[in-house]
Design a protein around this ligand. Sequence first.
Ligand code: PMP
Length: 389
Amino acid sequence: REEEGEELAVAPSSGKPPVTPDSVINLDHGDPTMYEQFWRGDAGERATIVIPGWQTMSYFSDVGNICWFLEAGFEREVRRLHRLVGNAVAEGYHVLVGTGSTQLFQAALYALSPPGAAAAGAPMSVVSPVPYYSSYPAVTDFLKSGLYRWAGDARTFDGETYIELVCSPNNPDGGVREAVLKSGTGVAVHDLAYYWPQYTPITEAAAHDVMLFTASKCTGHAGTRLGWALVKDRVVAQRMNKFIELNTIGVSKDSQLRAAKILKAISDGYDHAPAVGDRTRLFHFARRKMMARWGALRAAVASSGIFSLPDELPGYCTFAKETVAAYPPFAWLRCEKEEVYDLEGYLRECKIVSRGGAKFGADGRVVRISMLDTDEAFAIFVDRIAAMK
Ligand code: PMP
């Protein structure tokens, strides 16, 4: 309690004004400010770094590596974390670093689209099943590339050659997914941003051809802008790396050093440090928060009576070594009232900003709401939902 009081006295790192009971509550973006409380505690000290003026000056980190700007310490901690959590096979995979997994996503589209197809006027089709992450169409078509173009819902796609984006657990609805298309010439990119134990049971070590991860949703350090890819094929890794080389000539080493230290603090929290409650165990801290938040939201939905949520999906988690429920990072909230066909607008009247279903290829009676904001914002949001009749 005392600790929480202290935390409130410090300005949030997001620069957003503190919320009051009549503030507009913006849960449109998945800004992971929920994690700040953890890093302000004991763990924060262990994740602090100091970079002297002479360090990280060169463009290069390891000229012998495909990813020549990848810091060895960051790669080491990525591999160590995957070994600890057991969510992905990293052995035998190339590790690439990106400015957020958003850059790696674009690098993957570039790498997996044959240049010949563009010359023939047939760009690669990029698909994902509805409801898909709203950035997929936006980012894919932003530069109107001749190499690839957004082709919509994977379930209705008719063709042999495509890139399928498989997001699991899925943003926005938390669904556990596998590729739906199976053609021999199609390829899949697995976006595993949320395949961490605070959100979903870890059921197997994923071993797909291209897997994307991000510090943003694993540790909450979205502002560090660091993602990583595990890539099986050497040529695909080389092509992805070429994209980053031409796009930004590498990725901030300062960020990589910081992220390495953050990932190290997480693994150390499980490996050596005596567990002081959940204060040094990130996944336990975040899981407890998510469980409390989902409990509060389900209770509010029940007391309101006009909404519904996806069912809670339990599974055996090899990391927790018990059967646990899934607690997705977003609530995919549907309004059951006949007359409400624009739920985003309806919630806005109650000063709740959400993202409407249409951006995810779904209908307007459903919205996506971030579950990762501050305790204060989340509490006000839940109270407002409970009061809507
Ligand atoms: N993939 C998914 C499914 C996401 O939800 C997000 C962030 N909202 C990203 C990728 C991008 O994350 P980053 O901050 O690493 O660019």
